[in-house]
Design a binder for this molecule. Sequence first.
Ligand SMILES: Nc1nc2c(ncn2[C@@H]2O[C@H](COP(=O)(O)OP(=O)(O)OP(=O)(O)O)[C@@H](O)[C@H]2O)c(=O)[nH]1
Ligand SMILES: [Mg+2]
Length: 382
Amino acid sequence: MNNKRKPKWVPDNAGEEFATSMLKGKLSKNDMLKKEKGSIKANSEHQKRKKLNLDDYINGVLSKDRTILARAITLMESNSQKHISMAQNFLKGILPETGNSIRIGVTGAPGSGKSTFIETLGCYLCQRDHKLAVLAVDPSSSLSKGSVLGDKTRMEKLAREENCFIRPSPTGGVLGGINRKTRETMLACEAAGYDIIMIETVGVGQNEIAVRSLVDFFLLLKIPGAGDELQSIKKGIMELADAIIINKSDGDNVSKAKLAKAEFSRSLHYLKSTTPDWNPKVVTASSLYNMGIAEIWDMIMDFKEITQKNGFFQKRRNQQMKDWIHFIIREYLETKFYDNKAVRRNLSEIEQQVIEGKLPPTTAAQKLISKFESNVKESKDN
Ligand SMILES: Nc1nc2c(ncn2[C@@H]2O[C@H](COP(=O)(O)OP(=O)(O)OP(=O)(O)O)[C@@H](O)[C@H]2O)c(=O)[nH]1
Ligand SMILES: [Mg+2]
């Protein structure tokens, strides 16, 4: 008897007289269907995975092909050297077609309603023939566990809109990742004809600053609380915002929201605006019940008109581009420095000496820098 055909319950020492074996089963109708589906899937997978060259990427994105846009973003997110140089050539190719959008940053504490707000405003805009790209920046999911997955399901209605493209932007915990890759993703979306870009990020200090450097209009979402709003918000973040939205102004929250609005407006009054001719606004809204959303859009359009008229719209973008160059240089040099063998060998010991008061921090930094420089020189000489 063929051992492989033995059912599990047949004793190991069963002889020939133990006449039990399994026959190979026939595929049921259902199995056949599954198999067919599987092969269909494999085929489309194959199609999707067809290798693209540089022109395919550029032409695909410029002709508004969403699948190719998604693949171009994946290419730009890759850290492999081969992909990096192709991605840079791709960017160069699409650059003349970028910039024709309004870039909006949406930030706020976890659960303040950012995704709901983007969904409601997004549906409103898509129905008015705008094309919207939503980039959800997730700070490595450590603070708001799995928020990107949550976002995907929460923005279900928006995801069904033909005019909308939603892309979670992984950052791998590197703050810099937000800046460089999100910016490049944003450019690709613009080249693919998206005239509104919204970037969602969880409000955790430095993230806001990184996102502020990407966008034209920066929105901060707050929820009405027990009147202690101002304590929970850093002045620095408020200064960055072009508008504060008191979200969830519905049901029992309405009167609390009014109070919060008055409180924020008062304190904004004392802060210097970062945008000439624009005083940051405080508005109440309900993303869930679609209240105040159209007014927020009108406000953003007013902002655009005012800043385009006084030239600050372009001036800010120019400054952002300059900052971007320096950011990339800093990122490159820092990585080179901390990856250096001599630095890695000596870093913790020198840090310890500073902690123990044996070395002043400046001397410690200089020591590490000279170890780095001589190591670089040494490897060049060899
Ligand atoms: N009552 C009310 N609830 C809302 C409103 N907006 C959002 N919510 C609810 O608040 C909860 C969180 O909303 P999200 O949109 O996921 O919040 P988020 O800021 O994107 O959250 P994270 O991405 O996890 O940081 C959900 O249960 C929403 O239904 C609103 O205007 N009114
Ligand atoms: Mg969200």
